[in-house]
Design a protein around this ligand. Structure first.
Ligand code: DGY
Length: 329
């Protein structure tokens, strides 16, 4: 069977750079054309039927049922994201389906955005804007909208992989003390920034700013909960650009309401796109709609990477960004 006989389905439009590659490689390429519409379960099960490849988004739950609905010819699920917690990789491996992701290309954009959120949260930018737009700014004031300082403060990084490390490196201008948690020692971070690997409790107790950069796994689900929030300084700020369920959102809302911590900057949510109603009413939280990787270049690179992964597998080649290496034979 040549490439031109392969059927590929894209669950929602991705930037043209990648979508055109799919369109050109696969005459039988199909996609859901609606940018904002996530297919219902039934629609997804119907759409993938007979496909050799699926390019999925993080909003698509790709489990055994979807794989079986596609059929035994399904060879690849190319996720348009670095995170792949939406995919049951074990079920894929059992069926000989290769799963790919888009690592590396979104590291800088995501680390930049984590800083943007941290700054916005600690310097109360969103709150200031709401205040100003509501014409509440009557006079310059010595106590108006006071926030946190950065120089010389302690930055706690939960997960010092690619994105966590890039986030840490951006702190150099503020001469911060860096603490991190990770399974592995990040020697480069220790050498370059004097970063110190500590346990989570120490990080929470000593950091002025805590930023989360771990994947969603059973072991990281609700890693930040009511108990861990109480271990943080009352003056500390929390930022999450990883995955929503790493934080117990109800516990966070409660902690923010009771000023257990000073504030939080969130890009991700437990039941996305739903946002816990209590968070919406709070001033000390900055809320963004999962846009940490949303720059023009980054999204183009994610698109070409996902398309290349899909094309490689269906050409019989090992894709560059294979997640379940054990499925490659
Ligand atoms: C990812 O890639 O996992 C992000 O959450 C979206 O870019």
């Amino acid at each position: 069977m040549s490439l031109s006989d392969k059927k590929v389905y894209l669950t929602r439009p991705i930037p043209e750079a990648g979508q055109n590659m799919l369109q050109q490689a696969f005459p039988l390429f199909k996609y859901n054309p609606d940018d904002d519409y996530v297919l219902s379960r039934d629609e997804l099960l119907t759409a993938v039927k007979g496909m050799d490849g699926i390019v999925s988004l993080l909003t698509d739950k790709m489990d055994a049922e979807v794989m079986d609905a596609a059929g035994p010819q399904l060879k690849v699920i190319a996720n348009y994201a670095v995170g792949y917690d939406n995919i049951d990789t074990r079920a894929a491996t059992e069926r000989g389906i290769l799963v790919t992701n888009t690592p590396g290309v979104l590291t800088d954009a995501t680390a930049d955005f984590a800083w943007a959120l941290l700054m916005a949260t600690a310097r109360r930018i969103s709150e200031s804007e709401r205040f100003s737009r509501a014409l509440k700014y009557k006079a310059w004031g010595p106590k108006l909208l006071l926030g946190g300082d950065f120089v010389g403060r302690t930055l706690g990084i939960i997960g010092a992989g690619r994105i966590g490390a890039a986030f840490a490196k951006r702190s150099v201008g503020w001469n911060m003390r860096i603490l991190y948690t990770d399974e592995m020692v990040n020697q480069e971070l220790e050498n370059e920034l004097g970063a110190k690997k500590v346990d989570l409790d120490t990080l929470l107790a000593q950091s002025d700013y805590v930023s989360i950069h771990v994947p969603l796994l059973p072991s990281t689900h609700h890693l930040i909960n009511a108990e861990s929030l109480r271990k943080m300084k009352k003056t500390a700020y929390l930022v999450n650009t990883s995955r929503g369920p790493v934080v117990d959102e109800a516990a966070l809302a409660q902690a923010l309401k009771e000023k257990v911590i000073a504030g939080a900057g969130l890009d991700v949510y437990e039941k996305e796109p739903e946002i816990h109603a209590d968070l919406l009413d709070l001033e000390n939280v900055v809320i963004a709609p999962h846009i940490a990787s949303a720059t023009l270049d980054t999204r183009d690179k994610m698109a070409t990477m996902a398309a290349s992964n899909c094309i490689a597998v269906l050409s019989g080649k090992k894709p560059e960004n294979l997640v379940n290496a054990e499925a490659w034979k």
